[in-house]
Write a protein that binds this ligand. Structure first.
Ligand code: BES
Ligand code: ZN
Length: 496
């Protein structure tokens, strides 16, 4: 991705193009840190070119300042309609256009705010999204994607945004985008490249790259010792052995203790309850929850947060075979609870049960799990928000508000006691599916049975937001990295 700089002085070589976002309410030039003279000549240019700020509009001309060859005015519509999605889309349009025109050094001025956000929150969102808007995954393509060629993204300061202030923001953004990129790359990797073992390797590599992380891998022997029948059961149909990835960040004198759990199914065929063929390829990304946890752990280490944070990623492949679990099988999970497997495609909750139980040994105050858990959650909320459940309304409230701010929405769903009756089994303590109704909440109710006592817990079902079958809301086709920014920001705020 492009190097991120702030733009203060005229460069030795003029940049290829300056991009300036405009709304229909204002030409935005008053919001950017130009001299009066520069502003005047840009205004004259704008007047000649006649942009109106309408969404989708892109009007270019020769740049009247000697800092760049060209200037392009990018319309984003009415100010009070600038959502997170519209802002992302506008930024992607910039990258597309620059790529098409072979402009590899560009400046970007975004004097427009995301509607409803404070100035600082909006600025951080814009910088974050601009920095990752040229993301593509082309690891396995001989001909690389063009996006990659944009070398330098030079951010124009806002009026009264000091050099130190902008540099501090950019530093944070660089760090978060590396974590988001890691989460996206992991999720986009095909299942013949990313399996439980290589997932564990990636965690090891990360711990060598950044300071402050310790990675331990539980293999099949350790999983047996811990009696993790959920993880062992789900993985027994696959040639790939399961792993539990444990990533610890343990500062001296930590202020809080948090465990993050991420579903790491590197491929979900459904198992014996096999999925239909159409769209099954997307199930390479049934480990987006685990990828989110990896990304957050990286950010936590780089930010050097004085919080004990432990990431747990149960990693398995769910396959049908002669050795696979069958519907009707009974598994015994790590806390001794037995589960009747009524549907082998409801495998995520089986592995998360063991991981949630394991979280107790880190004495967490808070446990948050991320999982692409149910198709029903996508039916309920589409691709606009993750479903969120838990046992502590304050925690859920805080996450919901923060999600709205950072552009990773999480929407609360209830966990009424009555849902437990949906999971009643004739043959074991509980069944892994709850029938036709209430898919996300019966899944959440199932997980709740393994959450340690006295812990604030949130379960975030990211089935609809972790991976996009096509480009959506300015997010690329494939993995979004959903949850990395939300969680990293949440952890930072815990200190306040
Ligand atoms: N990995 C799926 C959930 C999913 C669906 C993720 C769509 C992303 C997009 C999960 O393991 C699953 O198959 N869940 C079942 C549960 C059912 C059998 C109770 C589902 O949603 O159909
Ligand atoms: Zn499944």
């Amino acid at each position: 991705m492009a190097d991120l700089h702030q733009f203060r002085e005229a460069p030795e070589e003029p940049l290829d193009c300056i991009y300036i976002l405009q709304s229909t309410d204002s030409d935005g030039l008053g919001g950017l840190e130009f001299s009066a003279k520069e502003r005047k000549s840009l205004r004259a240019k704008a007047k000649a070119l006649g942009p109106r700020g309408e969404e989708g509009e892109m009007i270019s001309g020769e740049c009247p300042l000697d800092i760049a060859h060209r200037v392009t005015f990018v319309g984003i519509g009415a100010e009070n309609e600038v959502t997170h999605s519209r802002m992302r889309e506008a930024l992607v349009r910039v990258m597309r256009q620059a790529t098409k025109n072979r402009e590899y050094q560009i400046a970007l001025g975004v004097p427009v705010k995301v509607h409803g956000l404070g100035a600082a929150e909006s600025r951080l969102f814009v910088l974050r999204e601009a920095s990752i808007s040229d993301y593509t995954y082309d690891q396995f393509k001989s001909k690389k994607n063009e996006f990659e060629k944009i070398d330098g993204l030079h951010i124009l300061p806002l009026v009264k945004e000091s050099e130190e202030e902008l540099e501090e923001r950019l530093e944070k953004v660089r760090l978060l985008r590396t974590s988001q990129q890691l989460a996206r790359d992991l999720s986009n990797r095909p299942a013949n490249d990313l399996n439980p073992e290589t997932f564990a390797q990636a965690a090891k590599e990360m711990s060598e790259e950044v300071k402050g992380l310790r990675v331990t891998i539980l293999g099949i022997k350790e999983l047996q010792k811990e009696k993790m029948g959920g993880i062992l059961g789900v993985s027994q149909g696959s040639e790939q052995e399961p792993r539990m990835i444990v990533i610890e960040h343990r500062p001296k004198k930590p202020k809080k203790s948090v465990v993050l759990v991420g579903k790491g199914v590197t491929f979900d065929s459904g198992g014996i309850s096999i999925k239909p063929a159409a769209g099954m390829g997307a199930m390479k990304a049934d480990m987006v929850g685990g990828a989110t946890v990896m990304g957050v752990m990286r950010a936590v280490a780089e930010l050097d947060l004085p919080i004990k944070v432990v990431g747990l990623i149960p990693a398995v492949e769910n396959m049908p075979s002669g050795s696979a679990i069958r519907p009707g099988d009974v598994l015994t999970t790590a806390n001794g609870k037995t589960v009747e497997v009524d549907n082998t495609d409801a495998e995520g909750r089986l592995i998360l049960a063991d991981a949630l139980h394991y979280s107790a040994r880190f004495n967490p105050d808070i446990v948050i799990d991320f999982a692409s858990l149910t198709g029903a959650c996508v039916v309920a909320l589409g691709h606009e928000a993750a479903g969120m459940m838990g046992n502590d309304d304050d925690l859920l409230d805080e996450l919901r508000k923060l999600g709205e701010e950072v552009g990773e929405r999480v929407w609360p769903l209830p966990l009424y006691d009555e849902y437990l009756s949906y999971l009643k089994s004739e043959w074991a303590d509980i069944k892994n599916v709850g029938g036709r109704w209430g898919g996300p909440v019966t899944a959440g109710t199932f997980l709740k049975q393994w959450v340690p006592e006295k812990v604030s817990w949130a379960h975030i079902d990211i089935a609809g937001v972790g991976y996009n079958e096509k480009e959506h809301n300015g997010l690329p086709k494939g993995a979004s990295g959903f949850g990395v920014v939300l969680t990293a920001t949440f952890l930072e705020k815990l200190l306040k």
